[in-house]
Ligand binder design. Structure first.
Ligand code: UDP
Length: 434
């Protein structure tokens, strides 16, 4: 344990101007506001460069922040099997799993964060943004000067955390200056209201995963994976994780298949490096699927972004049958492509899907199956929901929105005053949504 160094992730450049075509007013506002923070050093720290929503967000946010004149960087902590076993448990406990950390697990978490604290001390930054619980205690163990602002960005659903695990983390979390959650429900009154801001994740409409793909081409693309383009297809794109309810997805599929015998189900996953549980759950799901014809399980597909794009574009319906979901970028990505999503009525999925308006919210495999059947039988309904789905993402969940929300937060916290020469510009004041 305690080896390795921080990995700096080198993101290809992106240009704000290119996003003007989607949300011109937001991009203009970003450009104006960003002038106040030129030169501000921002360091993002998280646990993985691959797999999961946080990596997806940082891959776009960091280069855009740089394009706007901030000095933004992204650091990934060195991997450690024992530590990641513990932090995946912590993730599960914070999302409500019962049980407790053993003294040994607590020790592993603390000691690894002590090691990370020493590594993070070497980063020269004004603002340190630590994402999620894995490296959250590292702030407590910084050996040098503290950054001017330390912010904890929690992406998971902490609305009903396991009390003992939350209480274990709380003394470490209390050292942050400010907290960002996705939804008000997740803040669970642990921190003073004036130290909390809400920012939702967003997608990059220009990433290879989200650029428009022709539906027929997408269908053809999927034939390489054994998918029959002339049979209906439903897909869930998610890590193999208990909260994504993979067995419930198979149950829903089996029920819908009674009406549509040639229905196919694809479950597409990327094994995140910080999620050791993924392989175990995959094996469980595989045995639950019993090699049934029509069920396809995929992990770490080649050309991941293109493959995800093809599945989201070509599928008749996208499922996201989570029973807890911090946000669910897969929902956003699919809705952006005009796919109709049948999603679990939980957490961030409820922020995105309005039941019956731009998708469907469900509470059980049988409800999911009923919605799948309804949609497969009603192409007109599907087309209505599809248009509303894309609109929802355009209006609320494209990356320039997120960048703006961060800048608004920086304004609220008067971060421009931290700069050696604060810009002599009138600061447009805008209150963040509650
Ligand atoms: N993802 C991917 N390839 C896969 C499965 C998932 O690139 O095979 C991506 C997916 O497109 C999304 C992210 O992983 O961008 C998952 O984010 P989400 O917020 O849905 O869930 P999380 O994994 O963070 O809980």
């Amino acid at each position: 344990m305690s080896q390795g160094n921080l990995q700096i992730i080198d993101c290809p450049p992106k240009h704000l101007e290119d996003y003007h075509q989607f949300t011109p007013e937001i991009v203009d506002e970003v450009q104006t506001l960003a002038n106040h923070f030129r030169g501000l050093k921002v360091a993002h720290v998280n646990a993985t460069a691959l797999g999961g929503g946080v990596a997806e967000i940082l891959r776009c946010l960091v280069p855009l922040q740089n394009d706007a004149g901030l000095q933004s960087s992204w650091y990934v902590i060195p991997p450690d099997d024992a530590f990641f076993e513990v932090t995946k448990q912590i993730h599960n406990f914070l999302q409500g799993k019962e049980g407790a950390l053993t003294p040994e697990q607590r020790q592993i978490y603390i000691e690894y964060n002590r090691f990370l604290g020493a590594l993070l001390s070497k980063i020269d930054t004004d603002v340190l943004i630590i994402h999620d619980p894995q490296p959250a205690a590292a702030l407590t163990f910084l050996t040098g000067a503290k950054p001017k602002l330390a912010l904890w960005r929690c992406h998971i659903d902490t609305s009903t955390p396991n009390r003992s695990v939350w209480d274990f983390l709380l003394p470490f979390l209390k050292n942050f200056d400010h907290y960002v959650f996705t939804m008000a429900e997740y803040t669970n009154s642990a921190f003073p209201q004036d130290k909390i801001s809400l920012i939702t994740p967003h997608i990059d409409p220009l990433s290879p995963k989200n650029i428009p793909m022709n539906k027929e081409e997408a269908k053809n693309y999927l034939t390489r994976f054994g998918i029959n383009p002339s049979q209906p297809l439903i897909t869930q794109i998610s890590r193999f994780d208990p909260w994504k309810d993979p067995k419930g997805v198979i149950d829903a599929y089996r029920l819908a298949k009674k009406e549509f015998p040639d229905l196919q189900l694809a479950m597409v996953a990327q094994m995140a490096t910080d999620d050791p549980e993924g392989v175990r759950i995959y094996e469980e799901v595989k045995s639950y699927a019993k090699s049934e014809a029509g069920i396809f399980l995929f992990t770490n597909l080649p050309d991941n972004d293109l493959a995800v794009n093809a599945f989201q574009t070509a599928s008749d319906i996208i499922l996201q049958k989570s029973i807890r979901e911090g946000f669910g970028l897969t929902v956003t990505e699919a809705m952006w492509k005009g796919a109709v999503v049948v999603g679990g009525s939980v957490g961030g999925i409820k922020l995105q899907i309005q039941d019956g308006v731009n998708g469907f919210l469900v509470n059980s495999p049988s409800e999911a199956a009923a919605r799948v059947i309804l949609l497969l039988k009603n192409p007109q309904l599907k087309s209505q929901l599809s248009q509303a789905a894309r609109r929802q993402v355009l209006d609320n969940f494209l990356m320039p929105h997120k960048f703006l929300q961060y800048l608004q937060l920086f304004s609220k916290l008067n971060l421009s005053l931290l700069l050696p020469q604060p810009p002599n510009l009138p600061l447009p004041f805008r209150v963040l949504p509650p």
